[in-house]
Design a protein around this ligand. Structure first.
Ligand code: GEK
Length: 250
């Protein structure tokens, strides 16, 4: 199961297939960029379905003369998906990632798919970014990589930068409040990865690499943070095992 948007550039992810002497923290570097489309498609349950819904969300929420943001854009899969749904004039998509390797690849992939909606790909830390005039902000599996103490101010900034009626789409790997449910969903996630060809060694080495880097929170923590930032309408619109997407409307 690959990300259909990036299939031309797909190389199979084998980064953790051989035993490593020491597992270092996961980083979005050149080696990850090369295999990223394959990695995310085989690792995130529901990823392709989520992306297939983004044109629908874009058509529904994006208004004329506004901005869309794709925060933590990686190779621009969400950007390319929302671009397909935007019919309104005067819309600009700002795709942002702090990994130079991702940004360079994202620039070339989005340039191949130019439509009437302009795309600007920026290398920046989303915690430092100005957000304004937004009708749609997408953060597809990025907040989980942001330091926990910065998350509330980042969400508040997104709320402030949205126009009234605009939407924030937040997708995250979650942990469950109940440890039994958490264990079950984790085990189903691993079953999904095995079904997609990852070995036990790959699953376990990748898990160790992400341990200090990807800090998951519960659905309740996300909803209460979104409400504290000012969003009144907040709901889960998609879930596949321990991967959830929220919509928060201003
Ligand atoms: C997709 N949204 O394919 N500022 C900017 N970017 C960041 C930051 C930061 N502070 N921290 C991490 N990133 C994509 C998938 S991947 C999710 C997103 C994953 C970037 C990081 O460089 C990486 O490209 C992305 O966030 C997370 O729909 O790999 O599980």
């Amino acid at each position: 199961m690959n990300n259909p948007e990036n299939k031309d550039t797909t190389i199979q992810d084998q980064l953790y297939s051989w035993p490593r002497e020491a597992i270092t923290d996961f980083a979005f570097d050149e080696s990850v960029v090369k295999v990223f489309a394959d990695m995310i498609g085989r690792s995130v349950p529901g990823y392709a379905t989520l992306l297939s819904m983004f044109p629908v969300l874009a058509r529904y929420f994006v208004t004329a003369d506004s901005r869309c943001y794709d925060l933590g854009c990686s190779l621009g899969a969400a950007t390319l998906a929302i671009q397909q749904g935007i019919g309104e004039p005067g819309v600009e998509i700002i795709a942002v990632d702090n990994s130079l390797a991702m940004v360079e690849k994202c620039r070339s992939l989005t340039a191949e798919h130019q439509t009437k909606t302009d795309v600007t790909v920026m290398q920046a830390d989303i915690c430092e970014l100005d957000i304004c005039r937004a009708s749609l902000v997408i953060m597809n599996f990025t907040l989980q990589f942001i330091a926990e103490e910065l998350r509330q101010s980042l969400i508040k900034k997104i709320y402030t930068g949205l126009k009234t009626g605009g939407a924030f789409v937040l997708s995250e790997k979650i942990k469950s409040k109940s440890s039994a449910e958490h264990e079950r969903l984790t085990s189903l996630h691993h079953a999904f990865k095995k079904a997609n060809g990852y070995s036990d060694l790959e699953i376990s080495q990748k898990r160790s690499a992400l341990e200090n880097v990807l800090i998951a929170e519960t659905v309740e923590q996300h909803i209460s943070r979104l409400k504290l930032a000012g969003f009144t309408e907040v709901f889960v619109w998609f879930q596949c095992f321990n991967f959830v997407s929220f919509i928060a409307i201003k």
